[in-house]
Design a protein around this ligand. Structure first.
Ligand SMILES: [Zn+2]
Length: 120
């Protein structure tokens, strides 16, 4: 399909897809007349890019992850796994804090040992 249809299907803008192409993240084929042609495979890759962006990955990281032969791919993945695990710990901690605050009876958070603990 053409870029406009692909963008609509992905609920993103055509300029975003052109940027991804410029960055070598998702490079569509070309029709005989030179128009970009997105296959189902390209759309799947685009959806992976959107999901990766949704959790904070940069286009450079995503390109490295998507291309098996990309230099530094293993280290990009390793660094991302470390970051994701750290984020998970932070999110768990924030969840526990909020669950506590919802029930906290102290007028001042600073006087509550459990609230203060979240301040580190
Ligand atoms: Zn508290």
């Amino acid at each position: 399909m053409r870029i406009g249809d692909a963008a609509a299907e992905l609920e993103t803008a055509a300029h975003v897809l052109r940027h991804w192409e410029d960055e070598g993240v998702v490079v569509p084929g070309r029709t005989a007349s030179g128009h970009r042609e997105y296959s189902a495979e390209h759309l799947s890759r685009c959806r992976i890019v959107l999901s990766c962006q949704g959790v904070g990955m940069s286009l450079a990281e995503i390109r490295a992850i998507l291309h098996r032969g990309e230099a530094g791919r293993a280290s990009v993945i390793a660094a991302r796994l470390v970051a994701i695990r750290a984020q998970r710990i932070s999110l768990d901690s924030a969840e526990q804090f909020l669950l506590h605050v919802r029930e906290c009876r102290h007028d001042f958070m600073t006087r509550c040992p459990e609230c203060s603990e979240y301040a580190g």
